[in-house]
Design a protein around this ligand. Sequence first.
Ligand code: HEC
Ligand code: HEC
Length: 472
Amino acid sequence: MVPRSSLLLLTGAASLLAACGTSAPPPDDGPGGASGAPNSAPELDTATMEQLRSLRYDEGPPPPDPSNRVADDPAARELGQRLFFDPSLSGPLLEGDHDGGGGTLGFKGESGKVSCSSCHVPTAHFVDVRSPHQQISLGTLWTKRRTPTLLEVAFAPLYNWDGRRDSIWGQALGVIESEREFNSSRLFVAQRVLASYGAEYEALFGQPPDLSNPDEYPQLTSDDTGCSELMSIDGVFYDCRGRPGDQGPYDGLGENAQRTVTEVAVNATKAIAAYVRQLRCGPGRFDAWLDGDESALSPSELRGAGLFVGKGQCIDCHSGPNLTDGEFHNVGLRPAVVAVAFTDTGDRGAAEGLAEIQDDPLNTAGEFSDGDRGALPDSVGDELEGAFRTPPLRCIAEQPSFLHTGQFTSLESVVSFLSRGGDPAGGYPGDSELERLDLTDDEKADLVAFLGALMGPGPEPALLTGLESAAD
Ligand code: HEC
Ligand code: HEC
């Protein structure tokens, strides 16, 4: 049995931020400057300049991933790109909101409809601009949290808002087996990948096992993998097939056969990770300015840069080339209703995610990893209650929604939230680390302007589409 929340769609429009690419010249402050501030560039002292330089975009390759022997293999990148765009790996749509309408992925009960690119939309900096309302995502069910960008993820020590995964491949396998995202299974995906991409698989990982013999391995299709909704006299229940622990066909395999299946599925996700590692935002106008192009930033953006490392104290958490410390912080967010009539109260964040990854057989200390990434903390303390990962701020200005809940739909509202020191205590788990900043309206506008100067060119166009699919 799998818990199922039945969520109703509310009507309401999502707001999209105006686009502002890197090639565009810095916006004029316009008459009166940013809400009437003097239209002059601020004087930035040596200490401020030094802090700003620590935010310079890192154009070098991401750190190596010892957990994935094909992390930087060109053939793995190519196979991974095919898999990233391939919906045939997913199981049945469970959510009734799939009514064939705009932003949905088909009709409830249909299978083979969800791919990684359904939520990480390549032409939108790998965030979700597809789901109705553009806050949380409509996978096979609604996700509980907002889909983060995949740009620069190869630099992150731990993954997800709560640190629940310590590798990109572990995350991808988690997605495949989550009834909210792919509602699929390792047994089905292993069989499907070998059937559709056998030659590519063999070139990378050697002679594959034969998973097509029904006497040894029950054969699954996208219709009968994952969980299906069934009726009994006791009401609706879920029958789940192909994943560990569901008392289905995977659990019925012997230990060796289970290991063989998991290995094939893990190899496929390691190829996906090789593709994802290439996704970069690239330097923005802020970096051009750091490199000496004084005309690259407007006076408002420059004031914003000064505030980011000064009065705003943003750099305390948003540090380094991707403007994240990779750590988990409680910013005192009281969850509000998003897109669907859904409020994710009581989300303990990293306190739960980091505890779970410690014992996960698919973590990078486990037998399916090629080496330990060493990113897991030794212990999970109380300060992680209600703490979420500091998101990178590269290429986020065009995102339709923000924070792990997706409850803010503009950068202005995020900055106002931070300026007032978050929500009053009591509306969220744990204790907020934020202090009240009481920024003026001009200062808020300057910070928002600065965040826009962190837009980069994004990945090269060849990475934004599925390669010609080997799948039928
Ligand atoms: C239904 C929407 C959906 C689909 C489909 C989906 N994702 Fe995600 N992805 C999310 C959400 C939501 C999160 C954040 C989860 C959390 O923090 O609990 C996420 C997080 C991630 C992360 C971690 C990013 C970070 O900054 O920590 C990676 C990597 C990722 N997904 C890769 C993938 C891959 C690869 C696929 C395909 C196998 C995929 N996703 C399919 C919604 C989706
Ligand atoms: C105490 C650490 C901390 C400080 C200080 C801080 N942030 Fe953050 N910031 C975070 C965390 C953690 C999140 C994600 C919180 C969540 O989703 O629950 C976040 C989210 C954001 C987001 C949303 C990004 C997205 O993709 O959803 C923006 C924008 C942002 N911060 C900008 C700023 C600015 C500007 C400042 C300074 C005024 C600042 N932050 C100060 C930790 C911090």
